[in-house]
Design a protein around this ligand. Structure first.
Ligand SMILES: *Cc1c(COP(=O)(O)O)cnc(C)c1O
Length: 361
């Protein structure tokens, strides 16, 4: 029996996608060869790549002057690829809203100066900085933010208000395509697929062509965005299976009604869970209400011992992956696009049951 999977990533995938993938591993689109066994230069895999790119463009309304790239190396490689290409000894502005932003900042520091335009470190990353708490530098090469802070459970409600003309770069690894997005506001946006989009091993990058063209030309070929743009992500062997699954996830997302429908569904799921936390005397949400993530809901019981008891009892009852990140403890329920609403209802029922057995003092 399958469990309710609250893992932060790799994470739950839509069941219809898994069923189609099972069949495709044996025989892709009636070709007589499985998806894992096809040459990436053959017509079947080329068709997979083309339809996946087309779905990205359609689902997110990606403007024509943007490249859609399928890269490897995870979100973490984007932490250095971006500054390596675009910083060149200058200054870039970063919003420090958690562990992943800090990792991005550390990598950028190897290639130039980082100006931390805003930070929520003082409140242990339980908030999202307001415009009044943000100071941009005079003419940054770009400004970078992390749209959803997977570990802490905070999420930007809208993009930071960067000054006009400053290229906006975003790590959207844990919330890309969870709601409608105006790609035109971004110079470059990236996401490791394994949270909300597909399996580990493929990283989606969407970048304005004019921005890509500005990147340094003296880097190793594989580390230049233009290489992948010029070869439709086929300069070398791309992560074929990951691209296939990403395409299937997007086809599912489109059939479910697209990004607006996902946003409504994600709002509804998160509302059920946060309402349960707000009315509980045993559990409480960790972050400021105006910064709550719809993707990663962080919460605590009234003691560390009860946190541990809850995670253990939940696991035994079929609710998997609820332990908070090792750096913050407590609990975290990751409820990405593919996580079913029924699983949230079941978790809330289990929390009430737990609270009845362990009333708050
Ligand atoms: C998981 C995560 C990353 C790291 O992704 P990898 O693919 O493991 O390198 C980066 N940023 C955010 C926001 C994440 O959630």
């Amino acid at each position: 029996m399958r469990k309710w999977n609250f893992s932060s990533g790799p994470a739950v995938l839509p069941e219809p996608v898994l069923a189609r993938a099972q069949a495709a591993v044996w025989d892709l689109d009636g070709s007589g060869i499985g998806v894992l066994e096809h040459s990436h230069r053959g017509p079947e895999l080329m068709a997979v790549l083309a339809r996946t790119e087309a779905l990205v463009r359609e689902v997110a309304n990606v403007p024509d002057d943007y490249d859609v790239l399928f890269l490897q190396g995870g979100g973490s490689s984007q932490f250095f690829m971006v500054p390596m290409s675009f910083l060149g000894g200058g200054t870039a502005d970063y919003c420090a809203t958690g562990v992943w932003s800090q990792k991005a900042i550390a990598e950028a520091g190897r290639f130039g100066t980082v100006h931390v335009a805003c930070s929520s470190e003082a409140d242990r990353f339980t908030s999202i900085p307001s415009p009044a708490q943000t100071t941009w530098s005079a003419a940054p090469a770009y400004a970078h933010f992390t749209s959803n802070n997977t570990i802490y459970g905070t999420q930007w409600r809208e993009e930071p208000a960067v000054p006009p003309g400053v290229p906006l770069v975003c790590d959207a690894s844990s919330d890309l395509f969870s709601k409608p997005i105006d790609i035109g506001r971004y110079a470059l946006i990236y996401a490791g697929a394994q949270k909300n989009l597909g399996p580990a091993g493929v990283t989606l990058v969407i970048a304005r062509k004019a921005f890509v063209a500005r990147g340094r030309t003296d880097l190793p070929t594989m580390l230049q965005y233009r290489t992948h743009a010029a070869h439709q992500s086929m300069f070398n062997t791309p992560p074929t299976f990951g691209i296939y699954i990403l395409g299937e996830v997007l086809a599912w997302l489109k059939a479910e009604g697209g990004l607006a429908a996902m946003a409504a569904r994600n709002q509804a799921k998160a509302a059920v869970l946060y309402a349960a936390l707000d009315e509980s005397r045993q559990f409480r949400g960790v972050v400021r209400p105006d910064a709550r993530s719809l993707m990663n809901v962080t919460f605590r019981a009234s003691s560390g011992a009860l946190d541990a008891a809850f995670v253990a009892e939940a696991e035994a009852a079929g609710f998997s992956g609820l332990a908070g990140h090792r750096s913050v403890g407590g609990m975290r329920a990751s409820i990405y696009n593919a996580f079913p609403p029924a699983g949230v209802d079941a978790l809330v029922g289990f929390m009430r049951d737990f609270e009845a057995r362990h009333p708050a003092a």
